[in-house]
Write a protein that binds this ligand. Structure first.
Ligand code: BTN
Length: 237
């Protein structure tokens, strides 16, 4: 546990390169350069968030690496299962009543080699009372949902136990992971805009689900379209 670090993901990736085993965890109270998806930053104050990175290794042929971000979101959502309206936003945001409560960043320095480790970085909003203006309408925390201040060490232990179970199924290529993911996915059958990260035009359609590769499937006027990476915005009907 670090009081302060630049990024738990950066540290965990370095340690993974040095050979730490599967399941090794880096936790910090505060980050000075927390990383978010798509090059964004992840900000949090001391005492507010659970900031954790987990080293993941698997050389099993059945392991579907493209499902690691989605499986990780399932693990976080299960731990938050008692909160009202927990759902997933593709690929791996965890929402409570439509507001983001946890973000996950999976990083792997080499993807071609099955022996290459990955790092699953989890930022979970725990004890925030409010968020800065730019996040005020989109983010929430466990405290804002329940009124209760949580012990982050207890939460970390619960989360790690859930990850152990979920990632054991994920490594085995178990069908239970895609099934659990689809059950938690929000917006199924709803109209949505998808902005692909390859710079192409925003696509309008209805969310159909995810395919076997963890890609988003959208029903459009021109038929089904799949997306490997992009940002969904749900539209009101
Ligand atoms: C997102 O953009 O939604 C993903 C955010 C992931 C943030 C977590 S906080 C712990 C870990 N260390 C980092 O630098 N990032 C991840």
């Amino acid at each position: 546990m670090h009081d302060v670090i630049d990024s738990t993901n950066r540290r965990a990736l370095d340690l993974a390169d040095d050979g730490v085993p599967d399941g090794f965890v880096v936790i910090a109270d505060r980050q000075t350069a927390g990383r978010g998806r798509r090059g964004r930053t992840w900000e949090s104050n001391s005492g507010d968030s659970l900031l954790m990175s987990l080293v993941v290794r698997s050389t099993r042929a059945a392991t579907r690496w493209e499902w690691l971000p989605l499986a990780s979101a399932v693990a976080v959502a299960r731990v938050l299962g008692d909160l009202p309206g927990v759902s997933l936003k593709w690929p791996n945001d965890v929402l409570a009543r439509g507001h983001k409560i946890s973000g996950i960043l999976v990083e792997r320095r080499t993807s071609g080699d099955v022996r290459a480790p990955a790092v699953v970085g989890i930022g979970l909003n725990v004890n925030q009372k409010r968020f800065p203006d730019d996040l005020a309408t989109s983010a929430t925390s466990i405290r804002m949902e329940t009124g209760v201040i949580s012990d982050r060490t207890d939460l970390a232990l619960t989360l790690l136990a859930e990850f152990r179970d979920v990632l054991s199924d994920w490594k085995a290529g178990a069908e239970s992971i895609p099934r659990a993911y689809r059950d938690l996915l929000g917006g199924l059958g709803s109209p949505a805009d998808v902005r692909p990260f390859d710079g192409s035009d925003t696509v309008h359609g209805v969310i159909e689900g995810v395919d076997a590769g963890g890609r988003l499937v959208l029903r459009t006027g021109d038929g089904l379209r799949t997306f490997a990476a992009g940002e969904i915005t749900l539209r009101s009907r």
